[in-house]
Design a binder for this molecule. Structure first.
Ligand code: 1HE
Length: 269
């Protein structure tokens, strides 16, 4: 595949490649609370377009500073005074980036601290796994700002928390935090310490799976949700045909058969 990612091209994201194929992608505008300006979105498109073909085995998505992401860059939006068509096209670029993330086949673990709000929550909900701690809070303040979501919240946030909760969040400016946020579906892991450390641990664990299995998990599940049950059953069979016969899996299956492979046990990490 031989696609290269040139770290020096990125201005708004900080990229770090680890030896095990895990990459850390950090939103790097902490003085602006990592608000998503148009250039950051283009860099997300660029990175996540290449990642599946560049040997990236898993990604930690993080934000520099005390907050993960403050959503749409409201100052840029104010200053640009965009036309409806211009803003529509900008939203389509957000979708390009976030669809590349959700459907790209590379596991993305979001390390969420502080504010995860508006478009920041749309970004986080495009990751496959979310980690939070007691600093983390989630909100959709668009309603109070005279705006509406444009980066996929109607699809992904409502998928996480349900339609009624999302509407309530938007109408009331409701903020979710702590265990309740995890209980309603906004994060899968709540940790006491560093969200980054936990996200890196999870990314490393996911990176140990075969890339083709991860591709199916982080692409096929989302595609199949968009299909009728009949079509999803068909597509699942086709994907399983490819993944479950991959030569690289032979040694893992052999290890199970000869009893040298780890068994699934209660209380495993
Ligand atoms: C920003 C942004 C931003 C901060 N765009 N510049 N999102 C929101 O409505 C969230 C708006 N932001 C906030 O509520 C707060 O800034 C935070 C809770 C995230 C952080 O509070 P705090 O006290 O730490 O920081 P601050 O003093 O409010 O802001 C620090 C700087 O970050 C300041 O810039 P400075 O140059 O004056 O120092 C802020 O202007 C800047 N900043 N947030 C631009 N969002 C596709 S549609 C998506 C729809 C949406 O996402 S709507 C946006 C929802």
């Amino acid at each position: 595949m031989n696609v290269q990612i040139d770290i020096s091209q990125y201005r708004n994201l900080a990229l770090e490649a680890h030896d095990d194929g895990v990459w850390v992608v950090t939103l790097n505008r902490p003085t602006k609370r990592n608000a998503l300006n148009a250039d950051t979105v283009e860099e997300l498109v660029e990175f996540f377009s290449k990642a599946p073909r560049a040997g990236v085995r898993a990604v930690v998505l993080a934000g520099a500073g005390d907050h993960f992401c403050a959503g749409l860059d409201l100052v840029e939006h104010h200053d640009e005074d965009r036309s409806p068509a211009e803003f529509m096209h900008l939203c389509l670029r957000w979708h390009e980036a976030f669809n590349k993330m959700e459907y790209g086949g590379v596991p993305i673990i979001a390390a969420l601290q502080g504010a995860v709000v508006g478009g920041g929550l749309e970004l986080a909900s495009s990751a496959h796994v979310r980690v939070m701690n007691d600093s983390t809070y989630f909100a959709l303040p668009e309603g109070q700002r005279g705006l509406f979501t444009g980066g996929g919240a109607t699809i992904r946030v409502s998928d996480l928390v349900g339609k009624s909760r999302m509407i309530d969040m938007m109408l009331m400016g409701r903020v979710y935090q702590g265990q309740e946020a995890a209980d309603v579906g906004l994060a899968q892991y709540v940790v006491e310490g560093s969200v980054y450390d936990k996200a890196l641990e999870l990314a490393r664990r996911a990176a140990e799976n075969l890339p083709l299995s991860n591709f199916a998990i982080c692409s096929a599940v989302s595609h199949m949700q968009n299909m009728s049950a009949m079509d999803a059953a068909y597509a699942e069979s086709v994907v399983a045909g490819v993944v479950n016969t991959q030569p690289d899996a032979r040694s893992r299956l052999a290890a199970f058969a000869d009893k040298s492979a780890a068994r699934v046990r209660k209380n495993a990490p």
